[in-house]
Write a protein that binds this ligand. Structure first.
Ligand code: ZN
Length: 273
C-alpha cells in the first residue's frame, strides 16, 4: 500500500474547514508531506504570506489549482483568460509548485460548438506554454470526466490530453485524477503512453450511488475504484511524485472536523491506495 511520505492533500479536501494558512498548519501538524493550493484561497491569503508559510512548515507544493478555463465567446475575453494563466504561472513559480494544473474549460455561454471550444483550448495552451517553459513550471492538463464537458472541461480523456501534449511538445503533461479517468476502457494503454508526462496523480473514490456530480466524491476505500491497480500503472509509467488526496464532499467530509478528515486521509492512503 502507498507510502505515507508520498501523500499530499489537495486543500479542496478541507476547503470548508480551513483557510490556506490553517490548512498549511494543520497538514504540517499531521506530518503530511505536501499540499496542493487553490488560487481562490491563495488570493485570500496573499502570495507572499503563503510562500513564507509554506517555507516555515516545510511543505512541498504538489500543484497549483487551477489555471485553464480558456474558451470564451470573444477574443478580448479569451486574451483575459490567457493573461490570467500567465499570472498563475508566476504564482506557481513563487510557490515552487511541482506543476500548474490546467482545467481547460468548457463551452462558451450559448455555444454548441464543442470542437470549436477544443480548438480554443489548444490555441490558448500554445500561447501560455512558452512562458511556462521559460519559468520551468510544467503545465498539467487534467482531463475531467465527460459529464463536465459543457461547463468545466472539454478535455475528457487521457488520450485527448496526450494528443494535445504530442502536438504542443515540451513543458506540458497530464494530471491523472482517478475520479475522472477510472471508467475509461483505454485507461491502461493511455497511462502507459503517458510515460514521462505524468505530472500529478490525484486520488479519491467513486461512490455508488453518487448523489452529486461535483461534490460527492468518496474517501479512498469507500467506493469502487481499484486505486492500488491505478497507482501501480502510474508508477509503472515512471511516476514517482506525490500522490494527492482530492475530495470534494459537501454532505460528508466537508462537515467533519479538519483533524478527523486529515487523520482519515492518512489511514486510507496507507490502506486503500
Ligand atoms: Zn484532480
Amino acid at each position: 500500500m502507498a507510502e505515507i511520505g508520498r501523500m499530499s492533500i489537495n486543500q479542496a479536501t478541507t476547503r470548508e474547514q480551513h483557510s490556506l494558512a490553517e490548512a498549511i498548519a494543520a497538514y504540517a501538524a499531521h506530518g503530511v508531506t505536501g499540499i496542493s493550493i487553490w488560487r481562490d484561497k491563495l488570493a485570500e491569503c496573499g502570495l507572499d504570506r503563503a510562500v513564507s508559510l509554506i517555507g516555515e512548515h516545510g511543505l512541498r507544493v504538489s500543484g497549483l489549482c487551477r489555471a485553464g478555463q480558456f474558451p470564451a465567446a470573444d477574443a478580448a475575453e479569451r486574451q483575459a483568460r490567457i493573461d490570467d494563466n500567465l499570472l498563475a504561472v508566476e504564482q506557481a513559480v513563487a510557490l515552487g509548485a511541482d506543476c500548474l494544473v490546467i482545467v481547460a474549460g468548457g463551452l462558451p455561454e450559448g455555444s454548441r460548438d464543442l470542437p470549436g471550444a477544443r480548438s480554443m483550448i489548444r490555441d490558448a495552451l500554445g500561447a501560455v506554454l512558452p512562458r511556462a517553459r521559460a519559468a520551468g513550471v510544467p503545465l498539467a492538463i487534467e482531463p475531467l470526466h465527460p459529464m463536465y464537458a459543457a461547463d468545466r472541461c472539454a478535455i475528457n480523456t487521457l488520450s485527448q490530453a496526450l494528443d494535445l501534449c504530442d502536438e504542443l511538445g515540451e513543458g506540458i503533461g497530464v494530471a491523472v485524477d482517478a475520479y475522472h479517468v477510472w471508467w475509461d476502457p483505454d485507461l491502461a494503454t493511455q497511462i502507459a503512453r503517458a510515460r514521462g508526462r505524468i505530472l500529478a496523480f490525484h486520488v479519491c473514490d467513486w461512490l455508488v450511488p453518487t448523489t452529486d456530480l461535483l461534490l460527492d466524491r468518496g474517501m479512498m476505500g469507500d467506493g469502487v475504484i481499484d486505486l492500488p491497480a491505478m497507482r501501480a500503472a502510474v508508477e509503472a509509467a515512471g511516476y514517482a511524485g506525490l500522490i494527492e488526496v482530492e475530495i470534494f464532499s459537501a454532505a460528508n467530509w466537508w462537515r467533519r472536523p479538519g483533524d478527523e478528515v486529515i487523520r482519515t486521509c492518512r489511514e486510507r492512503f496507507q490502506q486503500a491506495v
